[in-house]
Design a protein around this ligand. Structure first.
Ligand code: NAD
Length: 274
């Protein structure tokens, strides 16, 4: 890290000082980007997700020391409702009541609907949709009791529009947008907001992995999938960055985000403007 980066990390404003944030699926990609921005604004963080234990520990230590916040790690498998309850209880026991919940963990599988493996359908619905329900159910009551809470569900452009070969993902993400609206209405007078962020393509391991599947399904090369399938949908022809998603999440957590609730905010280079 350069001296400038260190100075920025130690002198940046900290509007989320002492807030407690759970970010699911934050060992990689968008979740890690969000965790970094929230930690940079002073929030104590619960990391979650899979990966190499040494790399996760390294990430945890770096985030904590760089930003002077507490960072703990929960290995909870979000396809298991009991493990989600355990993760929320662990966060509360170690860091205190949950202020911010970012439901970000997600998986993908690409295949025509008639060939879509049933086990993949079940797994995608469990991780991409039901986990958000279970985590919200476990943390919303204490947010309401304390009069502040921010729930951010990472949906997708596929929460608003469809693409072929992604039946489970599109169904789950549309479900996330519906869940978001419902929770926002139920919590509207409590100081708790609930919003969905709907990214278009963001360059992360999840996108890298699906290029091979897409190449098979469309009978294309990897390069053709990037230019002719992925970025074709995105009018600005650019991948969004994890930093952009993190900055939007942080704004939603701020006091100025207090009236934004029940929305599905697109970060998709114009994709869903079509
Ligand atoms: P990623 O593969 O880089 O990260 C996914 C994270 O979820 C990882 O930390 C992984 O370990 C975790 N995870 C997966 N299954 C889990 C489980 N059962 N229990 C706990 N953690 C689990 O993916 P990403 O691209 O950063 O995606 C993050 C979210 O953003 C997902 O919900 C995805 O659908 C959404 N999204 C991504 C894009 C994109 O272009 N990358 C676009 C729109 C929406």
């Amino acid at each position: 890290m350069t001296m400038t980066a260190l100075q920025n990390a130690t002198t940046a404003p900290r509007p989320l000082q002492n807030r407690v944030a759970i970010v699911t699926g934050s060992t990689s990609g968008i979740g890690l980007g969000i965790a970094e921005v929230l930690a940079g604004q002073g929030a104590n963080i619960v990391l979650n997700g899979f990966g190499d234990p040494n790399e996760i520990e390294q990430t945890r230590e770096t985030l904590a020391s760089l930003h002077g916040v507490e960072v703990i790690y929960s290995p909870a498998d979000l396809s298991d409702p009991g493990k989600i309850q355990d993760m929320v209880a662990f966060a509360r026991d170690v860091l205190g009541p949950i202020d911010i919940l970012v439901n970000n963990a997600g998986i993908q599988h690409v295949a025509p609907v008639s060939e879509f493996p049933t086990a993949k359908w079940d797994a995608i619905l469990a991780v991409n949709l039901s986990s958000a329900f279970h985590a919200i159910k476990a943390s919303l009551p204490e947010m309401v009791e304390r009069g502040y809470g921010r729930i951010i569900n990472i949906a997708s452009a596929h929460g608003l529009v469809a693409s072929p070969y992604k039946s489970a993902y599109v169904a789950a993400k549309h479900g996330v947008v519906g869940l978001t609206k419902t929770v926002a209405l139920e919590a509207a007078r409590t100081g708790v907001t609930c919003n969905a962020i709907c990214p278009g393509y963001v360059w992360t391991p999840l996108v890298e992995k699906q290029i091979a599947d897409q190449a098979r399904a469309h009978r294309m090369t990897h390069e053709q999938v990037i230019t002719d399938v992925l970025l074709t949908a995105q009018p600005n022809r650019k991948f969004a960055s994890v930093e952009e998603i993190g900055a939007l999440a942080a704004f939603l957590c701020s006091e100025n985000g207090a009236s934004i609730t029940g929305t599905a905010l697109s970060v998709d280079g114009g994709w869903t403007a079509h």
